[in-house]
Design a protein around this ligand. Structure first.
Ligand code: ZN
Length: 727
C-alpha cells in the first residue's frame, strides 16, 4: 500500500504508546525498533514523517503500585516516565519528542473530557442502572471485555461479582453495523478482523414481538417480548432460546415440526404474514466507561437534585477534583468534600460525578492529538486530517479487540461530528500486529516451580543446581514470575543497540513470536564488525569525496557480477520489506552483500559505491553505527535525511558477461554464463576465471578420492568462448 504511493509527501508511522510501568521490556524494544525502521526509511525517501511517542499514563496498575509504595500516582507515574524516556533514547529510535503527550496530563485529558461532552451532546452517552462486573479486589467496575471467560478479572484475577449500579455508558452499539462493514476496507491481518467480527457478533434475521403471559397467572396482562431469530437459525436449542406458546396460538401454523426434536423456523412465512420484520442484532454491548478509581480522567458531569446530570461547561475544564498530585489514599472519591459544587445550570447545591473514565477512552483518540499536541483551543486543528489515516499502526496482537474497536468507534464519531475528515472514519489503514517475545523458562521437576537463573545450571543440559536433576524447559511469554524475562538495557550495553535491533528484526518476522536467544546476537555483532572493516578498507584506500564524483565503475574483476547481483538484490529486498515487513529476508540480503564485498578491492570505485549502498540500506536497522560510518565515508557528519534511499539505478551497474563452453578432454562438460566481457581477449584471465569456478573444480575432482586432477594443458579459443581442459 505504501509502495503504491511513491508520490506521497508524508508518512504517519504510529506505534502503540507504552504504559509507564517504570522499565522498558523486550516487547517495547521490538515494537519501537519496527516503527523506527519504517520511520527512517520514509525519511530517507524524502517524506515528512510523523513518528510520535507518548504515555498511556492513567490506570489501575499505577494507582495500585503507588499506593503500595506510599506515593501519589502522579509522582510515581512521572518518575517512571522520566526513567523510560532515557531507556527509549538508548534504543536509538528517532521519535518526534516535540509531540510527546501523556494521557494523565491535564492539557491532554481536558480534551478527553471535551470528547465525553461531544458524545453527550450527540446523545451517545447514557447513565443507567446496570448489572455490572464488580472487581472486589480493585474495587471497581470492569467492562465485559476485561473479564475472562471463566468469570475472573483479567487484571486482578479476582472472581467478578454481578452488582446492580448506576453507570456511564458510551453507545458504541450505535456504530455496530459500520464497525463490521468498514473492516473490509482495512489492510489488517485477517485474524484481527475475525476477532473484531466475533466480538461484535452482528447477525441479520427477523424480529417479532411476542405477547407472553405467565401460565401460573392467567389473569395477568401479557408482556410483550421482542424475539430475534437470526437467518442462520435452524433450531431453537442452538440459540438457547425456548419459547413456549399455547396450542391455540396462530404462530404454530408457520412452524414445521421435524422428526434436533429440532424445529426449523420458517421466518419467510412470518415476514409474508406481517408477523415479523427484518432486523439485525449484535453481541456487542454498550461500552461501560465508569470506573470507581481516582487515577483516571474525571467524568465532567455535575449531579443536581433539580436539574439532574448537568455537563460541566467547557470553560471550566479540565475537571481535576478526583485526584491530586499529593493524594496517596486508595480512591474513594465519592466520600470527598471535593465533590460538593454549585450546579452550572441553577447555581443550587450539587455534587460532582466522582467516577473516572476507563483508560481505553484516553487511548481512543491519542492518534489525533499527536498531530497537534499543544493545541489549547481544540482536540486538533482541522488541517491535521491531511495526515490521516496513519500509514502503519504497530502494536501487540493482545489489543486486537478492545483498544482497536474503541479507537475505531471514537474515530467514526469524530468524523461524523466534524472534528476530523477521515474516510469511513477509519484511523488505521494498515495494521502490523507484532508477535510476542518469548523467553526460555526452567522448572523444577519435583515441585513444578519456576527456577531463578541462579538455580539452574545451563552450561550443558539444563539441571537444577540444588538436586542435579534435569530441569523442565519451556518457552513462554516473558514474565517476572517465570524468571524468563530479559531486560533490554544490559543487552544494549553488552552487544550494542544496533546489534540488538538487528537481532530483533532478523530473528523472526514481525508478526511471529520471537524466541529470545542471547547467544545468537553475536552473529549480528560480527556482521556489523564486517561492515566496519569494509568502511575502514575503503577509507584507507583513500578515494575521498562523494560517490557522485567517483570514477566510473571497474567491471573487469571476476567478482563484479556477484557484487552487482548482491547490490541489486539487497536494494530490492530491503525496499520491499518496508511495505511487506519481510525484515528477516532484508537483513539476510544485507549480510550477503557484505560477504560479496569482502572479495572486492577497496580502491575500486565500485567497491566504494557498494559500501555506500550497504550503509544506506542498513541505516534503518542499525542507525547508530551507520551514521558514524557514513560520516567517515563522506568526510563530514550526515543525517538520516541525507542518506537518501537508493534508487534501482543506484544499485545497478553494467556488467557485460559472455558465455563460455568448458570442455574436458574435448568433451563438452559445462557452460559458464558469468565470464566478464572485458576479459574476452585476455586468455590468461579467462583461464584463471574458469579454473576458479566451483563448477569446474567439481568436474576436476577424482570421483573415487575427491582429490583435484591437475590440468595438463588448458586451451582457450580465440573468441574466448571455448576452453578445453586436458587432464
Ligand atoms: Zn441545577
Amino acid at each position: 500500500m505504501l509502495g503504491a504511493q511513491p508520490a506521497k509527501a508524508h508518512a504517519y508511522i504510529l506505534a502503540m504508546f507504552p504504559y509507564p510501568s517504570g522499565s522498558l521490556h523486550m516487547g517495547h524494544a521490538r515494537v519501537y525498533s519496527l516503527s523506527d525502521v519504517l520511520a527512517r526509511f520514509h525519511r530517507q525517501s524524502g517524506r515528512k514523517v510523523v513518528h510520535p511517542i507518548g504515555w498511556d499514563a492513567f490506570g489501575l496498575p499505577a494507582e495500585n503500585a503507588a499506593i503500595e509504595r506510599g506515593l501519589a500516582p502522579a509522582a510515581w507515574t512521572q518518575s517512571n516516565i522520566a526513567h523510560m524516556r532515557t531507556q527509549l533514547a538508548a534504543l536509538g529510535a528517532a521519535f518526534d519528542w516535540h509531540r510527546e503527550l501523556s494521557t494523565s496530563d491535564p492539557a491532554y485529558f481536558r480534551w478527553t473530557q471535551h470528547l465525553f461532552l461531544r458524545l453527550w451532546r450527540a446523545g451517545l452517552v447514557e447513565r443507567r442502572e446496570a448489572l455490572v462486573n464488580w472487581d472486589p479486589v480493585d474495587g471497581t467496575v470492569l467492562a465485559n471485555e476485561q473479564v475472562s471467560p471463566d468469570g475472573r478479572a483479567e487484571r486482578s484475577g479476582a472472581r467478578v461479582e454481578l452488582r446492580r449500579l448506576a453507570q456511564w455508558f458510551f453507545k458504541i452499539t450505535h456504530y455496530a453495523e459500520d464497525l463490521v462493514g468498514d473492516l473490509d476496507a482495512l489492510d489488517w491481518p485477517d485474524s484481527v478482523k475475525q476477532q473484531q467480527l466475533n466480538w461484535i457478533g452482528l447477525q441479520h434475521g427477523v424480529a417479532l414481538d411476542l405477547a407472553v403471559a405467565p401460565h401460573c397467572e392467567p389473569a395477568a396482562a401479557p408482556a410483550r417480548v421482542e424475539v430475534f431469530v437470526p437467518d442462520a437459525a435452524t433450531s431453537t436449542e442452538r440459540h438457547g432460546l425456548c419459547i413456549a406458546v399455547g396450542p391455540e396460538h396462530p404462530i404454530l401454523a408457520s412452524l414445521q415440526r421435524r422428526i434436533a426434536a429440532s424445529v426449523r423456523i420458517n421466518t419467510d412465512a412470518w415476514l409474508d404474514g406481517g408477523v415479523a420484520r427484518r432486523a439485525s442484532s449484535h453481541r456487542l454491548r454498550d461500552w461501560l466507561v465508569s470506573r470507581q478509581r481516582s487515577w483516571g480522567t474525571p467524568i465532567p458531569i455535575v449531579h443536581c437534585d433539580s436539574c439532574g446530570p448537568v455537563p460541566v461547561p467547557e470553560d471550566q475544564l479540565p475537571v481535576t477534583h478526583t485526584w491530586t498530585a499529593s493524594s496517596t489514599h486508595k480512591a474513594a472519591p465519592g466520600d470527598s468534600d471535593a465533590a460538593a459544587c454549585a450546579c452550572p445550570k441553577c447555581n443550587g447545591a450539587a455534587r460532582r460525578e466522582t467516577d473516572t473514565m476507563d483508560t481505553f477512552v484516553d487511548s481512543s483518540w491519542y492518534w489525533l492529538r499527536y498531530l497537534d499536541p499543544h493545541n489549547t483551543s481544540a482536540m486538533a486543528s482541522p488541517s491535521c486530517s491531511a495526515q490521516l489515516p496513519t500509514d502503519v499502526y504497530i502494536g501487540g496482537i493482545e489489543h486486537a479487540i478492545m483498544h482497536l474497536l474503541y479507537a475505531r468507534f471514537i474515530a467514526k464519531f469524530l468524523a461524523a461530528d466534524g472534528v476530523v475528515a477521515l474516510e469511513r472514519g477509519e484511523p488505521f489503514a494498515r495494521l502490523l500486529a507484532q508477535g510476542m517475545v518469548l523467553g526460555t523458562a526452567y522448572r523444577c521437576p519435583d515441585t513444578g516451580k519456576y527456577l531463578a537463573p541462579t538455580d539452574v545450571d545451563t552450561s550443558g543440559e539444563p539441571r537444577v543446581v540444588a538436586t542435579g536433576k534435569r530441569a523442565i524447559v519451556s518457552v513462554e511469554k516473558m514474565s517476572k514470575s517465570k524468571h524468563n524475562g530479559v531486560d533490554p538495557m544490559p543487552v544494549f550495553e553488552r552487544h550494542g543497540v544496533d546489534a540488538t535491533r538487528l537481532y530483533l528484526l532478523y530473528r523472526a518476522a514481525p508478526q511471529d513470536e520471537l524466541v529470545w536467544d542471547s547467544a545468537a546476537i553475536v552473529g549480528m555483532e560480527r556482521f556489523l564488525a564486517r561492515v566496519r572493516t569494509l568502511v575502514d578498507g575503503v577509507c584507507a584506500a583513500g578515494s575521498g569525496g562523494s560517490i557522485a564524483s567517483s570514477p566510473p565503475a571497474e567491471s573487469g574483476t571476476a567478482s563484479s557480477a556477484t557484487l552487482a547481483k548482491a547490490m541489486a538484490d539487497a536494494r530490492e529486498q530491503v525496499t520491499a520489506a518496508m511495505t511487506r515487513f519481510g525484515f528477516p529476508v532484508a537483513v539476510a540480503s544485507l549480510i550477503k552483500l557484505s560477504h560479496a564485498l569482502a572479495d572486492c578491492p577497496p580502491h575500486h570505485a565500485q567497491t566504494r559505491r557498494a559500501v555506500d549502498l550497504l550503509l544506506r540500506l542498513l541505516h534503518p536497522f542499525a542507525p547508530v553505527v551507520t551514521l558514524e560510518l557514513a560520516g567517515r565515508l563522506a568526510g563530514a557528519p550526515v543525517t538520516t535525511e541525507q542518506l537518501a534511499w537508493p534508487s534501482a539505478a543506484d544499485a545497478a551497474f553494467e556488467v557485460a558477461v559472455q558465455i563460455c563452453v568448458v570442455q574436458i578432454n574435448g568433451k563438452k562438460a559445462a557452460v559458464m554464463e558469468d565470464v566478464p566481457a572485458v576479459i574476452a581477449h585476455d586468455h590468461a584471465a579467462i583461464q584463471a576465471h574458469v579454473l576458479a569456478s566451483p563448477v569446474v573444480a567439481q568436474l576436476l575432482a577424482d570421483p573415487a578420492t575427491g582429490a583435484q586432477l591437475a590440468p595438463r594443458r588448458v586451451v582457450v579459443a580465440k573468441t574466448g568462448k571455448l576452453v578445453n581442459i586436458v587432464v
